[in-house]
Write a protein of this length. Structure first.
Lengths: 465, 172
């Protein structure tokens, strides 16, 4: 958990703590910093940026090492808060760079600002490096063992502060403060909602194709804090984080049959989503976390059901003799997009959340599978099957279909919390090797995520509170 | 001459298992399979062979007919599937103490959750056919593995045809 500090108190805290260290630390001359940094800048990665009037993507953003008021030991970094400040800036830099929308320059290639300079940037230094935007920050160890992290975005040309925010985090969650800072910068410059401070549940894959080990795993949005949840003794599939991140619903063959379990992350306990001898699969949370959708096969016929997340009676939502499976709620929870093969092939349908008013929305060529409603509400991502599998998006009425990827088998899209990026998994022909990829909703910036082993079934959760 | 070669081939378990799907082999194999089917229902347990009513015995006697195959996205029982299921039913009626699991599978060219549903359909189609032949419903359990347990690991039509299947396995 982070605690947002009121701006006024943050400024007050910063001002009071600045009073004494200022004298002790002294001010480093910008010229000296510049020299040091250029010696350090061994990869020649300076700021060489062309700015066009309407393209904030091309902004030159310098992300300098976060300063500390006093270099003290912290569980977050073996070398203390000064080294931690550098790592914080590196996480911010990696977030913004990997996102593909900016061309940031990171702390390894930049001079280190002093603690007082965090609120009074050495403008000349940054102008001299052609930076248009400047990210500064600080980290301070509190008496209670927690860390205060401040984040500032400056317009170097205007010599003006654009936005600032501060967070108090436990040492174990120091990376979250960096993600919050990246979110602050991203939101302020792009006008989009934040998304970096979020997590992903997925299936880690190892072993030969005919006997693949599939384990439930979780990680931060940048791949850090990776953790395996299940040991791989039984196949795990299709996880979904609850909206508050306290639970994961997923499919497991624990008892030899495919069944949905709800795994409690704190206690490590798991419960069946519904007491039934029938197989259950394709779990989906409602946006408020109060309900779960699941698909259940009865005598071979699969339909979609809804059950209160805390337990209770299930409600059957679909009744056709065809396969109805999956489902994804609209952000307001009023509608559900799902797939059905009642027309003869997999196509996408929408119904009200009580199962009424079912209607097909996909009428383009090929098949429509695994639809996922954007958190912004305006689009639906899906697996477009045209022989090969591609990731597609369409309006909620099925119009304006666009294909975003072109792999041999790209499937199972999941939205970033801000609805600007889609993750999916790509399977390689013959080997069956899988990896998680992501692509912007514009179709740009396609890239593969780093995971320790093979990866499939990504499920991106909301921005952390 | 030609028939003799085919007969020898079908006696090999592995080849018999994939006799249906490779199109090139289809016409001759289909013709020779019928007599083979009628030849085996009377099990002649060898003294050293597997115990009658066990999975090992069932697999040996079935000689490939413990597996049936489906077309893409389909789950209907065709005439060839019916021949295999009749052989399974005869075995199960002969050994009334034996219970079986029918595993439904799909090829990798489907989305994961749809494949789980499709595997359910296929396993149940096989089960229903066995029940229609007199096998007690309570003796038959179904499980779908979707695309998770491929029998053939290639990414081509031949491999996919081998993976779209329902497999009957006795519960030892």
């Amino acid at each position: 958990m982070t605690t947002r500090i009121a701006l006024a108190s943050l400024i007050a805290m910063l001002a009071s703590s600045l009073a004494s260290p200022l004298a002790a630390q002294g001010l480093t001359l910008p010229e000296e910093e510049l020299q040091q940094a250029e010696e350090f800048d061994d990869d020649g990665e300076g700021l060489t940026v062309t700015v066009t009037a309407d393209s904030w993507q091309d902004l030159g953003i310098a992300i300098a090492s976060f300063a500390t008021n006093e270099n003290v030991p912290t569980p977050a970094n073996a070398e203390g808060t000064q080294a931690l400040g550098h790592e914080l800036a590196r996480v911010v830099y990696a977030d913004l760079r990997n996102n593909g929308l900016f061309r940031p320059v990171g702390p390894d290639a930049l001079p280190r600002p002093t603690y007082p300079q965090i609120t009074a940037p050495a403008w000349g230094t940054w102008r001299g490096r052609s930076a248009e935007m400047l990210v500064h920050g600080y980290v301070r160890a509190n008496n209670d063992g927690r860390l205060t992290v401040g984040c500032y975005l400056y317009d170097v040309i205007l010599e003006e502060e654009l936005v600032r925010e501060g967070w108090v985090v436990s040492p174990a969650e120091w990376r979250r403060a960096a993600h919050k800072c990246a979110d602050l910068v991203y939101s302020r410059l792009s006008g989009e909602s934040p998304f970096f401070d979020s997590r992903i549940a997925y299936i880690a894959e190892t072993g030969p194709k005919e006997n693949r080990t599939k384990r439930l795993a979780i990680m931060d949005s940048d791949g850090a804090n990776h953790r395996f949840i299940t040991n791989g003794q039984s196949t795990a599939l299709t996880p979904r984080y609850s909206p508050d991140y306290s639970k994961i619903a997923y499919l497991s063959y624990t008892d030899g049959n495919p069944r949905i379990y709800v795994y409690d992350i704190d206690t490590g306990r798991q419960t069946l989503v519904t007491q039934s001898s029938n197989p259950t699969f394709a779990p989906r949370w409602s946006p408020d976390g109060r309900y779960l959708l699941y698909s259940m096969a009865v005598a071979g016929n699969t339909d979609i059901y809804r059950v209160p997340a805390g337990g209770g009676a299930s409600v059957r939502l679909t009744f056709s003799p065809a396969i109805e499976v999956g489902g994804s709620y609209s952000p307001d929870g009023s509608q559900i997009v799902f797939e059905s093969d009642q027309s003869g092939t997999q196509q996408c349908y929408i119904m009200n959340n009580d199962g009424s008013n079912q209607r097909r929305i996909s009428f383009f060529g090929g098949r429509c599978a695994t639809p996922e409603w954007s958190p912004r509400g305006d689009q639906i991502a899906f697996t477009h099957i045209v022989g090969d599998f591609h990731i597609g998006v369409m309006n909620t009425n099925g119009r304006n279909m666009r294909t975003l990827t072109n792999g041999w088998q790209d499937e199972a899209p999941t939205w970033a919390p801000n609805g600007r990026i889609i993750q999916f998994f790509r399977t390689e022909r013959n080997t069956g090797e899988t990896a998680i990829w992501q692509v912007d909703v514009t179709g740009e910036n396609e890239r593969r995520l780093n995971t320790p082993v093979g990866a499939s079934d990504p499920a991106w959760g909301p921005v952390l509170p | 001459m030609r028939n003799a070669v085919i007969l020898a081939a079908t006696s090999a378990l592995a080849l018999a298992a994939c006799s249906k799907e490779p199109p090139a082999e289809l016409p001759p194999v289909q013709e020779t399979q019928a007599p083979v089917v009628r030849a085996t229902p009377t099990p002649t347990p060898t003294p050293t062979g597997p115990v009658a009513g066990s999975q090992a015995h069932f697999a040996t006697v079935m000689a490939g007919r413990d597996v049936i195959f489906f077309d893409t996205d389909k789950y209907n029982i065709d005439s060839q599937d019916a021949i295999a299921l009749r052989a399974q039913a005869e075995y199960l009626l002969q050994y009334p103490a034996a219970n079986a699991t029918i595993e439904g599978h799909a090829d990798e060219r489907g989305t994961r959750e749809y494949n789980l549903a499709l595997g359910e359909r296929r396993a149940n189609a096989a089960k229903n056919y066995l029940v229609s032949l007199g096998v007690g419903e309570s003796r038959l359990r179904t499980v779908s593995y979707g695309e998770e347990r491929p029998a053939a690991t290639g990414s081509n039509e031949q491999a996919w045809a081998r993976n779209r299947r329902a497999v009957t396995v006795l519960i030892d």
